[in-house]
Design a protein around this ligand. Structure first.
Ligand code: GDP
Ligand code: MG
Length: 238
């Protein structure tokens, strides 16, 4: 191959790369944020809530799902404001998959916690939440931390205590991650620093607006109280 052909080939290759870059950028910026993502450890009550929001019926006891469920729901019975809601499986190994699939589409995140088991699950809950908060795909997305299973009157942790403990634990996770990244001297581009540098972690330091709600997806009376949750969904999906 002569020099002219090689130069021509290189030029064509560069043009193709530039075109591919712009097409991808255009595609990414045109993805619409129209989805409410339901996340949290297995057993938190996500599928139970999902079925009620989507199908307006109380489901029979569910088994931990390996696949995500997706459906349409509307807040405050307003059909005009329907949004897609995705119930994600809690298993660790699937979390990156659905985050990659739905992250850019996420308009609002509902992070569900089993308030009764929270004491035992603190580390896992904090790590999962940390991963979501530090994902660039969810930058600025409003978050509702839904402290479920409040029907366990004496055993369920209240949202103030949950927030307090999570802030301490996320702070620790942030330190551990920072130390690990420094030790391998290879910044992982998939994570952004969360909170304020030099200060202990607080949810109020985030770009994401974080709100808290005590909730019971499966009350003894059968039908959950959706008022406060629907009001949040309605604002967050506007
Ligand atoms: N007591 C009580 N049980 C609940 C509540 N919400 C969900 N559950 C139960 O918790 C278990 C796990 O719920 P599920 O929706 O499958 O959790 P998921 O793994 O997050 O999808 C099921 O047996 C539900 O019936 C609640 O508010 N109170
Ligand atoms: Mg489930």
């Amino acid at each position: 191959m002569d020099a002219v052909s090689i130069v021509a080939l290189v030029v064509i290759l560069i043009i193709l790369l530039v075109v591919a870059y712009f097409v991808k950028a255009k595609f990414l910026s045109s993805v619409k944020r129209d989805t409410v993502l339901l996340a949290g450890l297995s057993g938190a009550g996500k599928t139970h809530l999902f079925s009620q929001l989507c199908h307006d019926h109380v489901p029979v006891d569910t088994v931990p799902s390996l696949k995500h469920n997706s459906g349409f729901a509307s807040a405050l019975g307003d059909k005009a404001d329907e949004f897609t809601i995705v119930d994600t499986p809690g298993a660790d190994r699937l979390r990156t998959t659905y985050l990659a699939q739905y992250g850019l589409r996420t308009k609002a995140l509902v992070f569900m916690i089993d308030s009764k088991e929270f004491g035992d699950q603190l580390k896992d809950v904090a790590e999962y939440l940390f991963n979501l908060l530090s994902s660039p795909l969810l930058a600025g997305v409003p978050i509702l931390v839904l402290c479920n299973k409040q029907d366990y009157k004496f055993r369920a942790k209240k949202m103030g205590a949950i927030q307090f403990q999570l802030e301490k634990e996320v702070n620790l996770t942030r330190k551990t991650r920072a130390a690990r990244l420094a030790s391998i001297s290879d910044k992982d581009g998939g994570e952004v620093f969360i909170g304020k540098q030099g200060e202990d972690f607080k949810f109020e330091h985030l770009d994401n607006k974080v709100e808290w709600l005590e909730f019971t997806a499966k009350p003894p009376s059968g039908k959950a109280e959706f008022g406060a949750l629907e009001a949040w969904l309605s604002t967050a999906t506007k």
